[in-house]
Design a protein around this ligand. Structure first.
Ligand code: NAD
Ligand code: UDP
Length: 310
């Protein structure tokens, strides 16, 4: 198949590109390089089945493809809050452009949604049936509401135009090729530990997250995209739940760092707890994560140790 990946030069997009090329597909990678990097895909550029397109997903595009994965959107709070109006535009107009293309060419289209659609959840763990608790006017809203509106558009194109959709709700994912300075907690803590700097825990570090290793996530993407039973939305994530303080301690232990933990103010609207209910993924896709936190952190630490030296 010829497969379009928007945001293909980003953290998840580059892993997905690699996986689809390995399976014998042609990949068209579209990216505006806001948070993506050539370095993430430089090893793919020589592959004649890989095509790189510098383009903004907000502007319409015309291509002939069999499948579309819509991943274009900054994912780290630091980046999506940098230009919040652009973030909403990217989610909403990017979804419309992908769905319009899918409708024209009859392609199946996949949306990278997020656990952020649940906001600061009052139901724990979060099943797909939970509607969420999102502030419409806060500093995270550009991302959360943009992604919620994108889900709405996907389901309306599906109902109104019979577009063949798949929607995944991704929970915090980490691994090699995260940006060293993108502000997400796993990369922040590892880089701080490797450089012997203070580990910045926000609040008292009692908020929880569930961390999925990138290879497990990509396997879930491919399985959801290529099964016929359900369109989603489907949670994909690792249900192992850790406090941020536990994560900081684990990173210090695994790096053998002398770094000290310091406490910084909690950002506005930071969700207090997050853990996916993955019953659907287990039942429909026979999928569950295989890489536990310690093993995944070791691989990610190895990557950053190499990368920071270079
Ligand atoms: P990332 O920032 O590494 O990748 C996003 C990519 O999209 C980058 O290459 C960026 O340059 C590109 N992009 C941004 N705006 C664009 C635009 N207007 N036009 C074209 N390209 C644009 O982040 P990621 O972690 O790889 O996330 C990929 C997708 O998965 C995002 O949609 C994100 O919301 C979603 N997601 C990720 C996580 C996670 O934990 N990694 C969690 C939930 C959802
Ligand atoms: N966090 C932290 N220190 C950091 C970066 C993040 O304590 O240096 C916290 C943040 O407040 C949040 C959690 O770690 O509670 C996860 O943050 P991230 O930005 O990775 O993802 P998200 O909040 O979108 O889940």
């Amino acid at each position: 198949m010829r497969i379009l990946i928007t945001g293909g030069a980003g953290f998840l997009g580059s892993h997905l590109s690699e996986r689809l090329l390995n399976e014998g597909h042609e990949v068209v990678c579209m990216d505006n390089f806001f948070t993506g990097r050539k370095a993430n895909i430089v090893h793919l550029l020589e592959n004649p089945y890989f095509e790189l397109m510098r383009h903004d997903v907000v502007d319409p595009f015309k291509l002939e493809v069999d499948q579309i994965y819509n991943l274009a959107c900054p994912a780290s709070p630091v980046h999506y809050q940098h230009n919040p109006i652009k973030t909403t535009k990217t989610s909403v107009m990017g979804a419309i452009n992908c769905l319009g293309l899918a409708k024209r060419v009859g392609a199946r289209v996949f949306q990278a949604s997020t656990s952020e659609v649940y906001g600061d959840p009052s139901v724990h763990p979060q099943p797909e049936s939970y509607w969420g608790n999102v502030n419409t006017i806060g500093i995270r809203s550009c991302y959360d509401e943009g992604k919620r509106c994108a889900e709405t558009l996907f389901f309306d194109y599906h109902r109104q135009n019979q577009v063949d959709i798949r929607v995944v709700r991704i929970f915090n994912t980490y691994g090699p090729r995260m940006l060293a300075d993108d502000g997400r907690v796993v990369s922040n803590f590892i880089v701080q530990a490797l450089q012997g700097r203070d580990i910045t825990v926000y609040g008292e570090g009692q908020q929880t997250r569930s961390f999925c290793y990138v290879d497990d996530l990509i396997e879930g993407f491919i399985r959801l995209m290529n099964q016929e039973q359900v369109v989603g939305p489907m949670n994909i994530g690792n249900p192992g739940e850790f406090t941020i303080l536990e994560l900081a301690q684990k990173v210090i232990e695994l790096t053998g760092s002398q770094s000290k933990i310091v406490y910084r103010p909690m950002p506005q609207d930071d969700p207090k707890q997050r853990k996916p209910d993955i019953t659907q993924a287990r039942e429909v896709l026979a999928w569950e994560p295989k890489v536990q936190l310690e093993a995944g952190l070791k691989k990610t630490i190895e990557y950053f140790a190499q990368h920071l030296k270079a």
